[in-house]
Design a protein around this ligand. Structure first.
Ligand code: FAD
Length: 337
């Protein structure tokens, strides 16, 4: 039976470092403990929130309800053939620790996702991605507790409806499932993904040839570019890179001929949100204790003592300015609670 804490401080459990509290908090380590906590819980009376390590959450205020942080551990080689392995990982394993274990064991494919903060159980929610690789590329299936049916269910890749920083768990199924385990499909033979220019450059410059060296190059790039949340509170990219219809993009390009873009589909292009934010005058801007990170303006930083409300207001002003200038409404990547 898992312990349920009352009036629980979340300050150490969110990477913005916000001083929010939850009226109830529990971290069940297995399915029996999870189901016993939820038995009889009245979701209509008090909401329920699932969380991992709080690296993609902005608490506007205290949470009046139950926070469940799945505590399932374990990294288990489930099946293998000549080319591939299937590995089942518990939701509460730390993501980067799992990548370290996988790389050491010769299970390949996820190296480019090294050093992304958070837990394994949260990774499918926004189909985490970086440097040309997404979780979905090596995903086999996941197990989740269905709060409606009160039972364990399994999702394959198709059912997760993965997209760019999105899945069914962030959209139509939001709040219905608690992911407990994920099974990954990884390669025994490494196929290094070096399409992203700076990664290739750093990797080759360091004389890299192995997946372990690719992981080291990724870690080094991230450490140089992104603020360390243990020093400057943040939740990574605050907004997604917007997808824009090609016709609209052509109109914007008349006024901004240097606007960068990447083809997304026949009809759409992706525009770097960081470029839009910089051109709207928000790169390195600070208001009180909140600001954008000088080398990556897509990251909003709590420079110390900011409230969730202040961070939210800052992000909204930024979004309004981008909209005024480009007619593009940025979509949040961070989950505002
Ligand atoms: C410095 C920094 C860099 C980052 N870089 C990247 C990056 O390169 N790419 C990227 O994709 N992301 C990035 N992120 C965002 C973040 O690391 C990921 O979104 C990560 O997967 C969040 O994990 P978490 O455990 O902290 O989730 P949380 O923030 O605790 O939760 C995130 C969401 O998932 C839901 N959730 C959590 N656990 C479960 C579960 N078990 N079942 C169902 N729902 C659940 C929560 O309700 C919430 O909506 C970055 C964040 C930081 C701080």
């Amino acid at each position: 039976m898992a312990i349920v804490h009352n009036d629980f401080s979340l300050q150490r459990m969110n990477t913005f470092g916000l001083n929010a509290r939850a009226s109830l908090f529990s971290s069940p380590e297995n399915i029996d403990a999870l189901s016993s906590i939820l038995e009889g819980y009245d979701y209509n009376q008090q909401p329920l929130l699932v969380m991992g390590e709080g690296s993609n959450i902005l608490f506007k205020t205290d949470f009046e309800g139950l926070i469940v942080r799945p505590g399932m551990k374990g990294i288990e080689l489930f099946e293998e053939d000549e080319q591939e392995v299937w590995v089942k990982v518990g939701a509460s394993e730390n993501w980067d620790n799992w990548i370290a274990v996988a790389t050491e064991n010769g299970w390949h494919g996820l190296e480019n996702l090294s050093l992304i903060p958070g837990s394994v159980g949260s990774a499918p929610v926004q189909n985490i991605g970086a440097y040309g690789v997404e979780l979905k590329d090596h995903f086999a299936w996941l197990d989740a507790w269905d709060l409606q049916q009160q039972k364990l269910v399994r999702f394959d890749r198709k059912e997760c409806r993965f997209g760019y920083r999105s899945s069914t768990f962030k959209n139509e199924s939001r709040g219905r499932y608690i992911i407990t385990h994920i099974t990954f499909r990884l390669d025994k033979e490494p196929h290094l993904q070096l399409d992203y220019g700076p990664v290739k450059e750093a990797f080759l410059k360091a004389g890299g040839t192995t997946p372990m060296e690719l992981r080291a190059a990724i870690i080094s790039i991230r450490e140089q570019k992104l603020p360390d949340p243990t020093i400057n509170g943040n939740a990574g990219s605050f907004y997604k890179n917007p997808l824009v219809d090609r016709a609209i993009f052509k109109c914007i390009r008349v006024d901004f001929p240097l606007i960068p873009s990447y083809p997304e589909s026949e009809n759409q292009v992706k525009i770097p949100a960081a470029w839009l934010i910089e051109k709207a005058g928000w790169k390195g801007k600070k208001v009180g204790n909140v600001g954008t990170w000088p080398t990556q303006p897509l990251v909003i930083v709590n420079y110390g003592g900011a409230t969730g409300q202040e961070i939210l207001e800052f992000s909204e002003q930024l979004r309004n300015d981008v909209d005024k200038q480009f007619g593009i409404w940025l979509e949040r990547e961070v989950n505002v609670i």
